[in-house]
Design a protein around this ligand. Structure first.
Ligand SMILES: [Zn+2]
Length: 570
């Protein structure tokens, strides 16, 4: 069978530009359409990778090239084998974009390799590293034992296999019977032996949930950065990026292991157990699903829970995380108008494109999905009287929808698995909290594990008027339905004076320290250079500050279910 072959050159890394030569065999057609993906799986944003192609040409003047869309080219080959050459600019540091500098080349294949539309072909790639780069790491297999030549059987494998080239540290370790390679590119205050020990514990804990590891080997690519933190899941690997001097501090290090646990959990949840829309992928348009609250939210629930199960979070630390996530979810004013299902569907235009209106109009399907997973876990434990928990749902859904049939699930199919283990209908839960925006009855659910929330802000005044002011006295956020919004204050306004006092940092807090509801503040603002005087009326805050407390009068069953939730009777 014929294949496509690519040669990737990086001779001048300081220009952040790759040169790629693509060899296309004679295809039995006179005209072909070449395309570059617009997005990479796992990151639900049309990134327009083709904007990075500086130029695309063929040295053979008999070959016609006609650009037909932002990311497609019609090539007249006259049924001959041809070579297409293109330059690719790579200077956006993240786990979703290609990067080239004098220290490393990080390749996100969806952002680099063209494909022939409607004609899937296997791919061979020869890397021609800059002379200073000695190593390559990728889960793509070698050709003829040459590490610089790699093979992908199809586009889905290619686009799910990041490639790291440079002078990274390479460590091998075994976990759950699977060979793992950890590659670290960049300096930092990391301690590799303890990192590996903690990763092994995470891996074994996750395999214990699913009772199955789908890979023969697995690659972890870690880039260290000045400022960035993030990860992206792939079929047989993950790319992580983390601040280089944040590994020594305990809480930041816990966060790093939690990030790793998150991406590794995706090996099952989303890479294999997945909503119908997420595989096989369409690389040239958005792929819509209402289920990111499961794909990302459940993964966010499990990332910290797994770190707790390994012992790296103490029980108190873990409960603080649960409390923090509930507060984060409940303090987003957008929860009143957007459901987690809508947030999932609109990720492409909303979650990945935040602006000053986002807090007021959206929910975060990671955070709110994670909170719903917490509640579902507790409900399953309660209604099954401690026989089952969310682990049973994840394992069964993985077996049913991936191992047995390898196709995505629908919302209803996933819900049916939850109902199977809870033994009750989840219709109300879904109607109110997944597809609806009802206030979550937290205490009705948390009581099943002997916990309650107490809001320390209950009936207190909104002392900040719901506005955020930066060091230049400019408003950067205004909370929906706050006193500030109702007074007519908005983002970009400059605050000049309150009640006749020139504004400086701390003034608002001083003037509201003993204020009561109904009190008024006269505020002078500059809106685009024109002075406005507005009146804000002090009101009760709708913000919450929940404290998670153990019930003094919890009964034996509530205590037993708490123990089941946090696996305290292992
Ligand atoms: Zn994720």
């Amino acid at each position: 069978m014929s294949s496509l072959s690519f040669h990737v050159f990086m001779d001048n890394p300081h220009t952040h530009t790759f040169t790629i030569k693509m060899h296309i065999p004679a295809m039995g057609k006179d005209v072909l359409s070449l395309a570059l993906p617009v997005w990479t799986p796992g990151s639900y944003l049309v990134r327009e990778y083709s904007k990075n192609i500086n130029r695309l040409y063929c040295e053979d003047k008999n070959v016609g090239i006609n650009k037909t869309a932002k990311n497609t080219w019609e090539i007249t080959t006259n049924n001959q084998a041809i070579d297409i050459i293109y330059e690719l600019y790579a200077f956006e540091e993240s786990v979703r974009t290609c990067w080239l500098d004098s220290e490393r080349a990080s390749i996100i294949p969806a952002g680099m390799f063209l494909f022939i539309e409607d004609t899937p072909l296997p791919v061979n790639i020869s890397f021609h590293p800059h002379h200073a780069f000695k190593d390559i790491a990728t889960s793509l297999p070698m050709v003829n034992n040459d590490p610089w030549v790699r093979f992908a059987a199809d586009a889905d494998t290619l686009y799910d296999s990041p490639i790291e080239i440079g002078n990274h540290i390479t460590q091998h370790f075994n976990a759950a019977g699977v060979e793992h390679t950890l590659v670290i590119s960049g300096t930092g205050n990391y301690h590799i032996p303890s990192m590996i020990t903690d990763m092994q514990a995470v891996i074994e804990t996750e395999v214990n949930i699913f009772k199955h590891h789908p890979c023969k080997s697995y690659l972890i690519i870690l880039n260290t950065s000045n400022t960035l933190r993030g990860g992206l899941e792939h079929l047989h690997s993950t790319s992580l990026i983390f601040k280089r001097l944040m590994f020594a501090d305990r809480s930041n290090y816990q966060e790093f292991i939690s990030l790793f646990a998150h991406e590794y959990f995706h090996l099952w949840n989303v890479k294999r157990l997945r909503p119908k829309a997420l595989g096989p992928f369409n690389y040239i348009t958005e792929n819509y699903t209402t289920s990111l609250w499961i794909a990302e939210g459940f993964t966010s629930y499990y990332d910290d829970l797994i770190v707790y199960r390994t012992g790296l979070y103490a029980e108190e630390e873990y409960l603080t995380i649960v409390e923090k996530n509930i507060n984060l979810a409940e303090n987003a004013p957008g929860k009143k108008i957007m459901s987690v299902a809508e947030a999932s569907f609109d990720a492409w235009i909303k979650y990945y494109r935040q602006n000053e209106n986002s807090e007021n109009s959206q929910v975060n399907y990671y955070v709110r999905g994670g909170v719903l997973a917490t509640l579902l876990d507790i409900l399953i434990i309660h209604h099954s009287d401690g026989k089952h928990n969310l682990d049973n749902v994840m394992r069964t859904a993985y077996e049913r929808f991936y191992v047995n049939r390898d196709s995505g699930y629908t919302e209803d199919e996933f819900k049916a698995v939850i109902e199977e283990f809870a033994g009750i209908s989840m219709n109300d839960f879904y109607r109110q909290y997944v597809f609806g925006t009802s206030q979550i009855a937290f205490n009705d659910i948390l009581c099943h594990v002997g916990l309650q929330l107490e809001n320390t802000l209950e009936n207190t005044i909104e002392s900040d008027l719901g506005i955020t002011i930066n060091n230049n006295n400019i408003i950067t956020a205004v909370r929906r339905n706050s006193a500030g919004e109702q007074a007519g204050i908005y983002v970009t306004d400059e605050i000049i004076a309150i009640n006749g006092y020139r504004y400086s940092n701390g003034l608002l807090a001083s003037l509201t320290a003993d204020a009561k509801t109904g009190d008024k503040l006269e505020i002078i603002l500059s809106k685009s250079g024109r002075m406005h005087t507005v009146s804000a009326t002090i009101q009760i805050t709708d913000k919450v500050n929940y404290r998670l407390k153990a019930m003094d009068d919890a009964n034996d069953s509530q205590r037993a279910h708490y123990a089941k939730w946090l696996l305290k009777n292992k």
